[in-house]
Design a protein around this ligand. Sequence first.
Ligand SMILES: [Zn+2]
Length: 221
Amino acid sequence: MRRIALLLPAVALLAACGSVVPEGPKQQTVARSTAVFTPRPEARQCLAELGASKANFTPVPDQYFERGCSTLNTVRLTSLQSDDAVLALDRLGPVTCPLATTFAAWARFGVDRAARQILGSPLARIETMGSYSCRNVAGTARRSGHASANAIDVSAFILADGRRIPVLGGWNGGSASERQFLRTVHQSACRRFGMVLGPDYNKAHHDHLHVETGFPGDFCR
Ligand SMILES: [Zn+2]
């Protein structure tokens, strides 16, 4: 990590997200008291796009937290849709709508189809280590993409035949086809998300794929 920081100072600032801690009571604020939550007009198009993907979700009222963290234009995603099945999600907190739509498309067109082609089984579930967390990039004063619900940490993929393909142990262990699958979905994520960090990037990402939207530019490791 130190060596990377010396070589790539700007990049190293973006590095570790580590494990995401579910938002605790200290970070919660009381949402604005509105009897009926109405998304802002600029958010509606994204919500319509997300609905068209047949994702199941609930819009969340905007919230600002202490220390500059926020969940703006976010949804609670409960499931996604592949070509012909519902895709379950585990341990996912609020995510911004643009992140949700990108994640939905990746799950369907990137992950599910790779699972069918490489592993011979459709995708059934995506395990995550969470999304929103009011925190900095480890070792820096810079806010993580998680602090604005713009990032998801993906830890494993569960197939319809019951197999579980974890990033931890699967990236460098597992069968050849499982390693190929994980690298394929990592690459397809890079084509869709602004930032993707995996086990080859640093130790902080040894057990998950960090996928993030809202990042200016492309960063894929
Ligand atoms: Zn992360």
